[in-house]
Design a protein around this ligand. Structure first.
Ligand SMILES: O=C(O)C(=O)C[C@]1(C(=O)O)C=C[C@@H](O)C=C1
Length: 324
């Protein structure tokens, strides 16, 4: 199995993929030792899977400082569908890499991925004032440009130094500590099926609604009334319908859970279009949950997984004539 990722070698995306154990990869892809394919953009990575040139892809989806990655979000709702089978949280800390012998005074240009630049903007202004900032397709692409002599410095992952023969002018570079980027592993729907529910899962959905007062509120109400904890909402414009939006919704739970299944069915009825983007185990960071947990004790009565399962079993029994 071939896994495409944002390259060249030395990106945070590659590091994220490498954090997965053979057991993780086997559970997500049905292959413990896939081969890796670095490609030059997130769009190229997702296209490779859709064309069948790769079997799966690892792409960045959001950063705790800079927010969503537009190319990934736009790419996820394209057709044919892809589903997320795993999420990965990776702490992001940058190094400023240069050709050996370069000093800060020699640096007149600095390159990085837009998200890398956004997370180190203040540092660059303070330590490399006057340097021209150039944006690249990935942080490792910036390192490759430094190696090729096209730019003086790259803001990238420290591991890119070894890949591109560079040295660090500075390490531990960031404007706000504790930045985390969330990556997802995607593949076409079909065998080997969805990841098995773990009891601590996340489901991603993209939905469009008619433009009517309360339309989005109705969508959120369908989710809220089933006790599903919404963990993210973000919108992106629909490129061919100006004024309409995709709403990207992440919620706690698996589509196999009755509450999430009911919420999805309701959205299917209410929305102009709904895309199921996947149900997958919630990632952990340093062994702990990497995002906010719903405030305990605030759940409406009758909304636990047990309540939903019992109610669904009761209706099933009514339907097959064994219950009353
Ligand atoms: O360019 C890389 O190294 C990536 O993996 C992409 C990416 C991103 O899209 O946010 C990943 C982590 C960092 O936040 C900076 C860039």
């Amino acid at each position: 199995m071939r896994v495409a990722f944002l390259g060249p070698h030395g990106t945070f995306c590659e590091q994220a993929l490498r954090t997965l154990t053979p057991a993780d990869l086997d559970a997500a892809l049905g292959d413990a030792e896939p081969s890796e394919h670095p490609l030059s953009s997130t769009t190229a990575v997702l296209d490779a899977v859709r064309r069948g040139d790769a079997d799966a892809a690892c792409v960045p989806v959001e950063n705790s400082v800079e927010g969503g990655v537009p190319a990934t979000m736009d790419g996820l709702v394209e057709q044919p569908p892809l589903v997320i089978v795993r999420e990965i949280l990776l702490r992001v800390e940058f190094a400023v890499l240069v050709r050996p012998g370069t000093t800060a005074a020699d640096v007149t240009s600095v390159a990085s991925h837009p998200h890398g630049e956004a997370q180190t903007r203040r540092w660059i202004a303070e330590h490399l004032p006057g340097a021209e900032v150039r944006l690249t397709g990935s942080t490792a692409a910036a390192a490759a440009q430094v190696a090729a002599g096209e730019v003086d410095a790259a803001v990238c992952a420290p591991v890119a130094a070894a890949h591109h023969g560079l040295e660090a002018l500075a390490t531990g570079v960031h404007d706000s500590g504790d930045a985390v980027t969330r990556f997802v592993l995607v593949r076409p729907p079909g065998p080997p099926g969805l990841p098995t529910p773990t009891g601590d899962d996340r489901t991603s959905i993209a939905a469009t609604t008619v433009n009517r007062p309360g339309a989005l509120l109705a969508v959120l109400t369908e989710i809220a009334m089933r006790g599903v904890d919404l963990t993210r909402i973000e919108s992106r414009p629909l490129q061919d319908r100006r004024g309409d939006y995709w709403f990207f919704l992440d919620g706690s739970g698996h589509v196999a859970d009755p509450a999430m299944g009911e919420a999805l069915a309701a959205l299917r009825r209410r929305c102009t279009d709904v895309r199921f983007l996947g149900s997958y185990p919630r990632a952990r960071l340093d062994g702990r949950r990497g995002d906010a947990v719903a405030v305990p004790g605030e759940q409406e009565p009758g909304q636990t997984l047990k309540d939903h399962t019992e109610a669904a079993a009761w209706v099933a029994a009514l339907r097959d004539g064994t219950g009353a």
